[in-house]
Design a protein around this ligand. Sequence first.
Ligand code: ADP
Length: 607
Amino acid sequence: MNIRTQLTFRYIGIVLFVLLAMYFYLATMLKDSMSSHITSELEVQATLTREFLIEELPAKDNFTYDLIDPLVDRLGKANNARVTFIDLDGVVWGDTERDGEALRAMDNHLTRPEVQDVIKKGSGIRDRYSNTTQTEFRYFALPIYRNMGAEITANEEGILIGICRVALPMEAVNTAIGNLRRMALIASVAGLILTIVFSVFSTGAITKPIQKLTQMTQSLAAGNINSRVPIDSRNELGQLSQNFNLMADTIQEQIDEISEEHRRSATILTNMGEGVLLVNGASEITYANPTAISMLALPDAYMGKALIEINRIPELQALLKKAEETETIASTEIQLGNLREPEAEITVVPVSAGQEYVIVIHDVTKERQLERIRADFVANVSHELRTPLTTIRGYAETLLSEDSVRTKTGEQFIVKILNHSARLTRLVSDLLELSRLELGEVELKCVPCYLNTFYEPLLDVFEPLLEESGLVLKWEIPEKFQKVNVDQQLFMQIFVNLIDNAIKYTPDGGEITVSAEICSREETEGSNTVSDEIILSVEDTGIGIPMESQPRVFERFYRVDEGRAREMGGTGLGLAIVKHIVLSHNGRIWLESTLGQGSIFYVAVPL
Ligand code: ADP
């Protein structure tokens, strides 16, 4: 049911209710006032009639119909009412409605309620249906007294000789009520018609703006953002329409902003060098920028296709799985045959975990090429420097041993040349080694071996140094400890570099402890995959490394204290070499250090 019909029904209800209430009120009022009017008229007429009858009536024993009935008829005519005279036995001696035989045949009226009331209470008033006249009457009866044969005085009551009864028809009341009812009915019908006409016009004024609003909101919902409602009035509906228009304006502004933002993002995504893919929880592609399309050689109908169907990249699937499990960014570097360029860094970013992921493919071919060029260059230069350096050292050593250098200064110069060329040789060989590791030119010759096999050779290298500095090397790896599958020569280099640093940066009298333990990967990294690894540690009681330098010590040429490191004969490449060796063994390296207390370097290699 629409608002218009609802309002119309409500108006009709209100009008009918008011009309009915008025009808009942007026009917009651009319009935009451007419009734009291008839009663007072009856009282006057009955009193006058009684007075007349007291005067005119013969003695009781002389009652005859011929005497009394004309008297009564005269009174009835004069009063325009029905008048009846009844004696104490209930015999009706005169009645305006009956004459002759009919009068004589009338019922005994002693049992009539108004007659009974007169006998019991002195007067009687009743509304009754008259069997005699077949109409509704109001009867008013009064007693008639007379002194038997004596004069009537005003004070004397006399003897009751009969009852006079005056009746007026109640028809007038009923007719008036009937008229009122007719009037009410006509008023109701007229009111109803007026109400319908009024409600059609007045509700139209309310429902029309609402209809327009409804149409506008439907149009808005259908995406027609330009639709607005005309404002015809200043009332609440006008206000509502205005608010709707304002709301539509705001929505339009926001949509414009979003569209602009979208255009900008689309331009960036279309023109960026990185490939960007959006996939849903089922790894189905929901977006791919042109770079991603060409990098992954996506077919035309790639939208909605599962990534695995189009491009079988196991690393990418694993990365997606990892991002889903950890709900964090996961990235890896891969080489793919079906990428336009073979080397790429892939990052998976969960947008809403389990539901949408952004995959960013960064082509790192050029960077790798540049790195290779740099490493090549360094390797070549180092290689080229080796021969002249050897020659310089050879000549310097020869000069020193010959008698030709006689002056103190000359000897000092040659010792300096020797020291510097030795340092340069170390630097060149470290650079060469690092470059070879970076270029992947070092072929790993992994064999399972006990860690204790490194102990003796290490002692050979470091014993003099340890003794010189008064340091103790504690080797805490038990005999026959778990074997590791490593390139022995390179692994030796790890030990050498770490212990060399520990000796260099630990003051005299300190301790260096080498130990190892087996750990499962889950315990160490919190990952779900459990894989065992050996964790080696080289701990010293040295100067320690400040917090801010800790993440940088594995960089090439990074030194915490430049002067001190150089003084110690370091090249600044030791830890970079260690890191590369560890990475080539698929291991990890990290450190813990407290300034002034010592450092622990950890190396983890998978079993
Ligand atoms: P260097 O040849 O200069 O020792 P490394 O690459 O081996 O170069 O080390 C880089 C820097 O890290 C060092 O210069 C030193 O400042 C710091 N470092 C390395 N090992 C230790 C250690 N055990 N204790 C304190 N500092 C250290």
